[in-house]
Design a protein around this ligand. Structure first.
Ligand code: GLU
Length: 373
């Protein structure tokens, strides 16, 4: 199963978490960084393209500022990231130099990727770096974003970068062996799961919440990243990052960590971007008939099924589509504004012109712009 998945891998996104990159005292673990760079040099020789998504800026900055306090305010974290990011890059540069490997820093915000033009610009830059044999190292631009507009965690960022770069594999390196049926630190009965065919609710429940105090991600964010990658048709491997030779081992077929298989029906690039990268600006509540039509028949969303509108949005914006309990089950680009939809809700498509005095089309969200979540 693994060898089949790995056979077609040419481009890999490797995500390194803060726990992997730091020592117990909070400073950067130069041995791990140098080990990864030497492994990347080997992989380059075998023709693979690698993109790193690296955490560790806040942790490195915190150690340099000698601020051991875990309850840092957001501005303090942003300042720590500003101090730590160059230290992190310096560590990568020094560790790559012996292999004549050039590194490049790309700092992204969620806004950058939600903007289609900037998304495409970032993609072109990545392509150009990879074509020159450079190692791109991506992190969130922590110093300029506040929590509401953040990617949230680098697990999420790494899944979005997988789609941005159209990579074939997402490798998340963390501080445990992979996925277990329960938290192995607390439950001696916890069993290791080497293979996840599909990310079901049970799998999500096993993941629980965050387990680490230095990074922001826990197992739950890793599962969510794996789901995003899987919907892009890409497998994810979750593996222990401090284990020497882990990356080359995995890519040469060793059974290390947990592999999450790609979804059978992946989303195309544009729909993946609508579903996971764009930020919704409003919410449409729909009735059970519309839920059934969208989910079972893959139809467009018509005004007749809409019962409520929340938020202010324009044509072309991304909206959440929710059932009568308010639970989101789809997302899409709207063809009508929030004000127009408020007037159209419950009406037949044939009445649109009568209600508004004009019409753009029968659908509020066309099926081509609609993705089930
Ligand atoms: N961007 C943060 C950093 O470099 C890490 C976020 C995370 O751990 O997910 O420290």
């Amino acid at each position: 199963m693994r060898s089949e998945q790995l056979a077609k891998v040419r481009r890999v996104v490797i995500k390194l978490g803060s726990r992997v990159l730091t020592l117990d005292n909070g400073g950067l673990d130069y041995d791990v960084i140098s080990g990864i760079c030497s492994e990347i040099a080997v992989l380059h020789k075998s023709g693979l393209e690698i993109i790193l998504v690296s955490s560790g800026a806040v942790a490195a900055g915190r150690a340099a500022l000698r601020s051991s306090d875990n309850s840092m305010t957001i501005p303090q974290k942003q300042a720590a990231a500003a101090v730590g990011q160059p230290l992190l890059m310096q560590a990568y540069q020094q560790a790559s130099a012996p292999f004549s490997l050039l590194t490049a820093q790309i700092l992204l915000t969620a806004d950058d990727l939600a903007n289609r033009k900037r998304f495409l610009n970032a993609r072109t830059t990545l392509e150009s770096l990879l074509a020159s044999g450079v190692l791109p190292i991506i992190n969130e631009n922590d110093s300029v974003v506040v929590s509401e507009i953040k990617f949230g965690d680098n697990d999420n960022l790494s899944a979005l970068v997988t789609s941005l770069a159209e990579a074939d594999l997402l490798l998340i390196l963390t501080d445990i062996e992979g996925l277990y049926t329960a938290n192995p630190e607390k439950d001696p009965e916890a069993k290791f799961i080497p293979l996840v065919r599909s990310i079901t609710r049970d799998i999500e429940l096993m993941a629980g919440g965050s387990g680490s105090s230095v990074g922001t991600g826990g197992m739950a964010t890793k599962i969510s990243a794996a789901r995003k990658a899987s919907r892009f048709g890409v497998p994810t491997i979750l593996a222990p990052g401090k284990q020497p030779g882990v990356v080359t081992g995995i890519l040469s077929g060793k059974e290390i960590g947990t592999i999450f298989l790609p979804a059978k029906e992946g989303l195309n690039r544009r729909k993946h971007w609508i579903a996971y990268t764009l930020r919704p600006s409003g919410k449409l509540k729909v009735d059970s008939g519309a839920v059934a039509a969208l989910v079972k028949k893959g139809t467009s969303l018509l005004p007749s099924g809409i019962t409520d509108v929340e938020g202010r949005f324009e044509r072309g914006n991304c909206v959440r589509i929710c059932n009568s309990e308010g639970v989101e089950f789809a997302r899409g680009l709207t063809d009508y504004t929030s004000l127009e939809i408020a007037q159209l809700a419950g009406h037949k498509s044939s009445e649109i012109e009568q209600v508004l005095g004009y019409r753009y089309g029968d659908e509020v969200v066309h099926r081509d712009n609609l993705v089930l979540i």
